[in-house]
Design a binder for this molecule. Structure first.
Ligand code: KIV
Ligand code: NA
Length: 265
């Protein structure tokens, strides 16, 4: 099948067809989600939590995320592959953003990058876009600002804050962003931003009015156990499946029933 391009995502918005994005950080999930028809895969800095075991996205480095992004772009033949720029790798200046994004394009083979922030990164988005690097913006709750925002909290509550988000989104669209992620905002705000833009919005905890949705794959597939955010829907229980498989394997080995003759040369 042919590669998903920016214009395809734009056409989906124009036709009013919704689509799903998932994170991916490795070859198997990239190939499975690609084959399942997921049009865009995000190599998120959520790999900090979901691959490297940190308790936030702040710690992950460019050097840690690039190899994961390379695995995903190698393994997805159709999906558009987007990588997050890690905390501290782009905020200083548009030029810093360009240097980091260029590494992701050249070394990891991704097709686009994602940056968190509103008007304060409009110049960054503008330089990247003019340099041939497609940019997905990310507003609302932005995990890299967890501490500045006093934790994981819904953003854009109240008319003033909602208007601010619409203005930020419009500014990022004008700066050249091809899509905007909206995280943890009231459903009406997700819908209002979506209607204000000609580019697609991708919601996570932003209601049903967005053009697309994104989830972290380990949340969506239930690999992660424990309390999940309210906006997650779990479509499988991989945690239980793997836990049971590991116990069954260990029990077979302990009982001497694996390996059997069929597994033996
Ligand atoms: O890093 C990530 O997984 C993300 C999305 C969930 C939007 O930024
Ligand atoms: Na992210």
């Amino acid at each position: 099948a042919r590669r998903v391009r920016l214009r395809h995502l734009q056409e989906l918005k124009e036709r009013g067809e919704k689509w799903a994005m998932l994170t991916s950080y490795d070859t198997y999930t990239a190939a499975i989600f690609d084959d399942a028809g997921i049009p865009a895969l995000l190599v998120g800095d959520s790999a900090g939590n979901n691959v490297y075991g940190h308790d936030s996205t702040l710690a992950i480095t460019v050097d840690e995320l690039i190899p994961l992004a390379r695995a995903v772009s190698r393994s997805a033949s159709r999906a558009l592959v987007i990588a997050d720029l890690p905390f501290g790798s782009y905020q200083a200046s548009p030029e810093q953003a360009l240097r980091t994004a260029t590494r992701f394009m050249k070394e990891a083979g991704v097709h686009a990058v994602k940056l968190e922030g509103g008007v304060e990164i409009a110049d960054h988005v503008d330089l990247l876009s003019r340099s041939g690097i497609p940019v997905m913006a990310h507003i609302g709750f932005t995990p890299q600002k967890e501490h500045a925002l006093s934790g994981y909290r819904v953003q854009g509550r109240g008319q003033d804050r909602a208007d601010e988000l619409v203005q930020s989104a419009r500014t990022l669209e004008r700066a050249g962003a091809f899509a905007v992620v909206l995280e943890m905002v009231p459903g009406e705000v997700g819908a209002a931003v979506t209607q204000a833009l000609t580019i697609p919005t991708v919601g996570i905890g932003a209601g049903n009015g967005c053009d697309a949705q994104v989830l972290v794959w380990q949340d969506m597939a239930g690999l992660r156990s424990g309390r999940l955010p309210r906006f997650v829907k779990q479509y499988a229980d991989l945690h239980s499946t793997l836990h049971a498989a590991a116990r069954a394997y260990a029990a077979d080995v302990a009982a001497g029933t694996f390996p059997d003759r069929e597994h033996t040369f």
